[in-house]
Design a protein around this ligand. Structure first.
Ligand code: TRP
Ligand code: SF4
Length: 328
């Protein structure tokens, strides 16, 4: 048997995961467990870069994120699941890489500029925020990952990682492979208001929502805005509820709604109820697993501790090589 290639990816613990995260990243990760040696971690130090003023909920988000991951099908038997701040080697490698990273590489990073303008309510003119990609580079090359599954927005960070790895190897000898971005499809699912699904837009359905919460949220969803009255025919092609049907309902139901919406035989209220039921059913296995892990907190502790132990062994080895290479 040939050895599986290693991939690594991380998420910042900024709150509960929603359907956009599931269809965007998480479902992909679950699939990748079949083919790759997977390292998935929670980037809690990265959460500090923008949320350094209020750190009170980060630990809670870390915990919930692990439970979200497990309930969505990430498996501690197949993957190494760990928490960044538990592996202190990330900080050491970050420090060393920061010594060799030219500041202009960081200043021209497109996500840096974007975020500074987008999150104008926060003061992001910090050293740590500018150095975000250096910490991310440390995360990635620590495990000598061959590939990094990410969305398009993260590709510049993987590019900087490659440049930093190359520069390190040039100065100190060949230690780090240059990782590839493995592009994960960005989720096509939109939020309740048809903007991108996001916690901060208040338009998300969370994996941890109860059936009642899901029903209530679906009832509020925007439909075909041209369809003002029940007797007006609608157009599923421009309706977000119909997009959800395509994901969660069976072919027959989709076909029926497609016709009956256009002829005004079905109303939006009923159409949404059907969709909500199917969505609730689709999330049922996740809900069951979540309940199990929530009832067994010690098991979650063990899963985190075991994953961190596995990650730490690799990090320990890498840092021994790094220290030998830089002779410090
Ligand atoms: N920057 C990533 C994000 O915001 C999170 C992250 C941190 C990451 N370190 C990483 C992703 C290493 C992939 C690999 O989504
Ligand atoms: Fe959308 Fe369904 Fe209403 Fe048609 S009936 S507009 S598909 S919610």
């Amino acid at each position: 048997m040939t050895k599986k290639k290693r991939i690594l990816s991380g998420m910042r613990p900024t709150g509960p995961l929603h359907l956009g995260n599931l269809h965007g990243a998480l479902a992909n990760w679950v699939e990748m467990q079949k083919t790759y040696d997977c390292f998935f971690f929670i980037a809690d130090w990265h959460a500090l870069t923008s949320d350094y003023e209020s750190t009170g909920r980060i630990a809670e988000y870390v915990r919930n994120m692990i439970v979200d991951w497990l309930s969505a099908g990430l498996s501690p038997e197949k993957s190494t699941l760990f928490v960044q701040s538990h592996i202190k080697e990330h900080a050491e490698l970050f420090l060393i890489l920061s010594m060799i990273t030219p500041v202009p590489w960081l200043e021209r990073n497109p996500t840096y500029k974007d975020q500074i303008t987008q999150l104008s309510n926060k003061d992001l003119s910090t050293f740590g925020f500018l150095g975000y990609p250096v910490l991310q580079a440390a995360d990635i090359i620590m495990y000598k990952a061959y590939g990094v599954p990410v969305g398009v927005d993260q590709v510049p960070h993987v590019e900087i990682t490659r440049e930093i790895a190359r520069r390190f190897n040039y100065f100190y000898g060949d230690i780090f492979p240059e990782p590839e971005s493995i592009l994960t499809d960005t989720s096509k699912i939109l939020g309740l208001d048809r903007r991108k699904m996001s916690k901060s837009y208040n338009n998300a359905i969370f994996l941890s929502d109860s059936p009642d919460e899901i029903t209530a949220k679906v009832a509020k969803m925007l439909t075909d805005i041209q369809r003002a009255r029940r007797s007006d025919p609608g157009n599923p092609d421009v309706c977000n509820v119909f997009e959800f049907h395509k994901l969660y309902s069976d072919g027959q139901a989709i076909e029926r709604i497609n016709q009956e919406c256009r002829s005004a035989e079905i109303g939006c209220v009923e159409c949404k109820q059907i969709m909500a039921q199917n969505l609730i059913k689709a999330l049922e296995p996740l809900r069951e697993k979540r309940e199990y892990y929530e009832a067994h907190p010690a098991l979650v502790d063990d899963i985190i501790a075991d994953g961190c132990e596995k990650a730490r062994r690799v990090a320990h080895q890498t840092m021994a090589e790094v220290r030998a290479a830089i002779k410090i």
